[in-house]
Design a protein around this ligand. Sequence first.
Ligand code: I6G
Length: 667
Amino acid sequence: MQNRLEELRILLMEHSHNYYVLDDPQISDGEYDRLFQELLEIEKAHPDWVTSDSPSQRVGGAALDKFTQVRHRLPMLSLENAFDDLDLIAFEERLLRFLFTDTKPDYMAEPKLDGLAVELVYEHGFLVQGSTRGDGTIGEDITAQIRTVNSIPLRLYKTDIPRLEIRGEVFMDRDGLTKLNHQRAEDGEPLFANPRNAAAGSLRQLDPKITAKRPLRFYVYGIAESTDTKCRTQQELLEFLSTLGLPVNDLITFCPDINAVINRFSELSDLRHDLAYEIDGMVVKVNDFALQARLGAKARAPRWAIACKFPAIQATTKILKVDFQVGRTGAVTPVAILEPVDVGGVIVSRATLHNADEIRRKDLRRGDTVLIQRAGDVIPEIVKAVLEKRDSSAEPITIPEKCPVCSHPLQKPEGEAVTRCVNPHCPAQRLRTMVHFCAKAGLDIEGLGKKSVEQLFDLQLIKDLPDIFKLQKGDLEVLDGWGEKSADNALAGIEAAKTPPLSRFLAALGIRYVGEVTAGLLENTFNSLERLLDVTREELLEVEGLGEQAANSIVDYFSDPSVQEMMRTFREMGVHPQVMLQTEENLLLTGEVLLFTGSLKKLSRTEAKKLVKENGGQIASGITRKLTCLVVGEKPGSKLKKAQEKGKKILTEDEFLQILDGTIAFH
Ligand code: I6G
């Protein structure tokens, strides 16, 4: 009997694959149902024989209280965008420059689905986890919901791979979305504006039984680590994943060169309206994994792939009025309040006008009819005024002379497009800084979203950043919209935010020109917050990747007495940013400052510098005091002599590579 159960599981798995993945059913629905009933009866008689890959386990288990977080073993990156043929050519040129070669690569081109990226983990062929992309590092565990998607196999055809982290897109096709929205309209529920929202809204149901009723589909696009299989190219990988039973989009094509990529983009632009599902562009990938590995990734996106987007969706509407918003850095941004209009399924009622130069360049007036556009998730923008429709009541838009919030005179520095409120005590700036500090891009404090921070600020419960750490339960639970539970939740979030990674803390402070990447450089180089309090401009300029604007801004910020006082208060409140030293310590070039000179034979300069950074080292700007080692290629020139005179360590290119592959030691 147990053998029959295993036989039924496999039979049903194959028929389900034929139906949902290959779109080629081999038996009738009635026959499938009979096999399924037989399986259910055996499982009912022997509940302990039910396995996680049984087709009976798809229907959706118990509802969850909340989603738990999942850290992706390797980050789920995003993709940079291209918009036309020229951008694609520029993409190839960048690749060739980086690789220091004239040999052009071949590519794979795939339709870009308007869905939700997910990771599926298979251990020994069994699906053990499904998660959302989240912020790329941490997503949500949606295993129970993922299991209900019929085209996602619960068990792969091969079970000899210990662990495989599959990445792909869950989406809803046009037919599925139309039917779902029809039903929602009948039930008086709000409609989903696009397939992406429908997929996300369906997967983020705590009750997987609801997800099971949604017509979700899935296509795989890759794996987390290309070396996990023996495949050498993206093309081989997709063929291999297909043999495992995973659904691979049959419109993915091999392109021998960038011209073929460009042709394919044009073909897909024509084809897109006839497809059963919505696509918003095409993803292009360098085919060869060895080249992909050499190209590596930037902070958020791989260098070897790009998303080429279809032209934006446009509509016309009217500028009703213009508001002026004061941002975190005092920048005053004009925002057009529009007559609400449907742009490709999304109702748009506001659009940024950016700054005075942009308004002048586009000659926009209050009362104008304007053409607006939206590209994917991008904030809508005004393309131009429809001049034929302008009437005499249209009024010029001028930036106010005084801050709309604190009335301090505004400044527009020579050569800059932005008008700024320079009053450091401007409440709008303080509020925006606090919102940023608590938000996802900052310390990501649970329970302190934008609305709550605005409320606490309005009530003067928080006036400055450290005040966040002084909040008491009694302050919060009595407020409108709060209760004991939400107060406890926020306080737990605040407590957890007291020991953030230093780089996260620095990015959260909202120092101009200090985003995630620069904050990372500061953490790696200076290793403590205290060290930054008296950092000099010269020291900052020695950090590779840190420019003059950022250096000036950092010095100005930390030398300000009110900032020094704020840092003291943070300490008193128990806020201690942490430095991730343990991984750094283990790296081969930690503490070393290298410089390359002469022509390298095996590496391009960019690759060489990247290797130094990946191995914990820094790059010197010249033969400086901090330099610890000069790597010399052919015809090294005067730098070699200078470094020798100063007693610096000298390595050849080969020795440098041998150190990195562990053949010889650095010291
Ligand atoms: O092939 C892809 C399709 C969609 C992707 C991708 C994607 O994001 C939604 N993202 C990455 C990072 C890669 N390929 C490599």
